[in-house]
Write a new protein. Structure first.
Length: 328
């Protein structure tokens, strides 16, 4: 019988890709999603259970019905800008919601937990190599909410034996090359899909948030990872827990940073069209540069981000952009 994994946020961007690779690896993913920011049509692999992270009764029912061997917890609000204007919603949904989920998992005896954290927990640290051991100083409520959940997991391990793998994502981009699932946010706030909207006229222009940063061309630097590479790491993380290797934190980034302008240039090359841009103000809460300095995931998990070139990510995002969405 195949092993069941409870995937919170399985109707979202990263969760839907995770369900696909879990199914391909022989697991049964069960999506638990409130559909607040996710899409019913994105659930193409495994059963779907609608529910909110804050609904303990519903979570208890789902744990009892499926008896999952592990939880992969993707469900979260994830916009830096919004987290600065509405921090309460981030603390309630992300932190209180995760607490409810973790308590339900422990009560059900499901003690393997894979958690989506973020490099936004590091904040700006000029010249410091961002590896898993470095201190965390989140600049925004989104990052702060994720750091709080990391702390929570440690506490629940100490008292209840909750084994966990924490993945600190850098910037996730691209889409399933088969086009079965992809990135679809409403409203969209992320750089690459907004840029592709600007390329094909769905919006007038891409506004670059800040051109006076202390970087080679004045725009922010990010480390972009292909979503398929990212979710591959989750399957390795699951095996890590199943092999009883203990709790561990892994950065998921390639170690190479690109400026916003470099991403714009790459999009122009891939799509063979100009990207209309407006040079705008800085966005509150943005870090200047976030680039992973760690090779731990490669060394310990054997993770190899094979598709994470800018060209491949934008090519896959562009294909999805032209053919797929969930407003069917
Ligand atoms: N960005 C931008 N214009 C946009 C959206 C994003 O210039 O319309 C920049 C943003 O300031 C950051 C980078 O693109 O430097 C990636 O932003 P995104 O929101 O995609 O991810 P984040 O780094 O906030 O997780």
């Amino acid at each position: 019988m195949s092993t069941t994994i409870l995937v919170t946020g399985g109707a979202g961007y990263i969760g839907s890709h995770a369900c696909k690779v879990l199914a391909r690896a022989g697991y049964t993913p069960v999506t638990y999603d409130s559909l607040t920011t996710g899409w019913r049509d994105a659930v193409t692999f495994g059963p779907f259970e609608e529910g909110d992270l804050l609904d303990r009764e519903r979570l208890d029912q789902v744990f009892a019905a499926y008896r999952p061997a592990a939880v992969m917890h993707f469900a979260a609000l994830s916009q830096v800008g919004e987290s600065m204007t509405d921090p309460g919603t981030y603390w309630r949904n992300n932190v209180a919601g995760s607490l409810t989920l973790i308590e339900a998992a422990v009560a059900a005896g499901c003690l393997n937990f894979v958690f989506s954290s973020t490099c936004a927990t590091y904040g700006d640290q000029d010249g410091v190599v961002l590896d898993e051991g470095c201190a965390q100083y989140p600049l925004n409520a989104y990052g702060a909410s994720k750091r709080a959940i990391e702390d929570m997991l440690e506490n629940f391990e100490a008292s209840h034996g909750l084994r966990h793998v924490i993945f600190r994502y850098f910037n996730v981009a691209g889409a399933d090359p088969d086009g079965e699932v992809g990135e679809f946010h409403r409203p969209e706030t992320h750089l690459i899909p907004l840029m592709l909207d600007a390329v094909d006229g769905k919006r007038d222009a891409l506004t670059i948030f800040g051109t006076d940063y202390d970087t080679p061309d004045g725009t922010c630097v990010r480390d972009y990872v292909h979503v398929m590479d990212l979710v591959d790491a989750h399957v390795l993380g699951l095996k890590w827990l199943q092999d009883d290797k203990g709790s561990r934190v892994f950065n998921l980034g390639t170690g190479t940073g690109f400026t916003v302008r470099e991403v714009v240039n790459s999009s122009a090359a891939v799509t063979n069209r100009e990207v209309p841009i407006i040079e705008g103000d800085r966005r509150p809460g943005d870090c200047v540069a976030l680039v992973s300095g760690s090779t731990r995931a490669g060394q310990e998990l054997g993770w190899q981000p094979a598709r994470s070139t800018l060209d491949a990510m934008i090519t896959d995002a562009w294909r999805w952009h032209q053919t797929g969405n969930y407003e069917r």
